[in-house]
Design a protein around this ligand. Sequence first.
Ligand SMILES: NC(=O)c1ccc[n+]([C@@H]2O[C@H](COP(=O)([O-])OP(=O)(O)OC[C@H]3O[C@@H](n4cnc5c(N)ncnc54)[C@H](O)[C@@H]3O)[C@@H](O)[C@H]2O)c1
Length: 427
Amino acid sequence: MTHVLNRRTFLKQGSAGALGLWAAPGLLRKAPPSDRLRVAHIGLNGMGLNHLNWFAKLPEVEIVALCDLDSNHLAKAQQTLQTLQPDSRAQGYADFRHILDRKDVDAITCATPDHWHAQVAILAFQAGKDVYGEKPLSFNVREGQQMLKAQQRYGRIFQLGTQIHATDNYHRVVEIIRSGAIGKVHTVRLWKTGFPPVLGPANYQTPPDSLNWDMWLGPAPYSPYTPERCHVSYRYFLDYSGGVFQDFWSHIADIVWWAIEPKGLKTVSARGEQPEGIGDAPKWIDIDYEFDDLKLYWTSTPPRVPGAEKRHIGAYFEGDKGTLICDYNSREITINGITTNDLSEVPISLKRSPGHQQNFVDAVKSRTEPESGLAYARRMTLPMHLGLIAYRLGRKLEWNDRREKFRHDAEANALLSREPRRGWDLT
Ligand SMILES: NC(=O)c1ccc[n+]([C@@H]2O[C@H](COP(=O)([O-])OP(=O)(O)OC[C@H]3O[C@@H](n4cnc5c(N)ncnc54)[C@H](O)[C@@H]3O)[C@@H](O)[C@H]2O)c1
């Protein structure tokens, strides 16, 4: 017997409950259309096309709408969807607010540039949609606070798009660190190598007809159009993002917050260099963070520790009994001078992920916290913003962790938020 439940009940109970746990995997894969989660994708270039490809493969998902304010990108995404799902009747939109007006959209994904993340998510929460939103969580600290408040107020599910969180390697690193095998961790070193591309001088021009440049800027300060400020390379401008550092922080800091959740941040100081050309996010940046009982360092070159040089991104945990170095896919543990990839005595204690996007779908249906939920993502992302503020001001900053304010520093506190451009505070 197959129980056919209405959509609301299904979303409350989750698919396993609805179909019965005895249902064969084949049956689960062929969920009837009414059991589907109806998803819309917003922002459809680099990462957004990944969202489209990933969610299109999930049997319980129906893609019902696509949105991009560049009509060329929207058209390309529509073609991609036609290839993946020739029967798709998903509608295309230039303005995401029309998607939020639709009652037949359950969840959205957001892969716009960083300066749009918070408003898209907050408006989606207000409209009763759940959100799979790209990293970094928000453009600044204040936006992260507003997102959390709105999520709690409207009772929505949010997953941060840190897909590496779902890997077996990250789960295993967390198990090993939490087991105490390397002792109490007192120092962590994070790094990401690589410089931004050299952008050259500004090339101001009329925006292409395909692009709504005013909306692309949205809450960010006005600038005349120059291609470097827009698609892909926007990430090298502090008006929209924070360079290589901000691009990669969430992926590698994630393993630190998951494994040991640093607490009681006290000070932040940073050094770096301006890039050549019109970008202004740092070409490289090194940051020192002091927590209650932990020192955390970010560098743009590998630290001088065994195993770092061969990794372009990584985390190195120093405990009082040993060390662990890892990147997205590999790890090495060194205890008493012996290096190994695993410790058989550490039991498997964490449930493995069904995949980051499937985990989101499961969380939406069961109304439970996904693996990279908003409250967690906010705690993990906050020091990233503070590091960039310390770089911009060029001095050591003292942080009041409880109040989420810098101590006695109005200039630094002013950089925790930004007034949206006139007419572009949509929340
Ligand atoms: N999780 C990851 O591994 C990963 C990898 C790359 C990028 N990202 C994140 O994804 C986001 C997008 O990065 P990208 O490299 O794809 O950028 P991109 O510039 O290539 O694409 C962004 C797209 O969003 C569209 N857009 C901008 N504002 C919009 C709005 N208000 N409404 C609708 N569409 C809008 C643009 O027209 C463009 O097509 C960034 O936040 C980035 O940090 C995550």
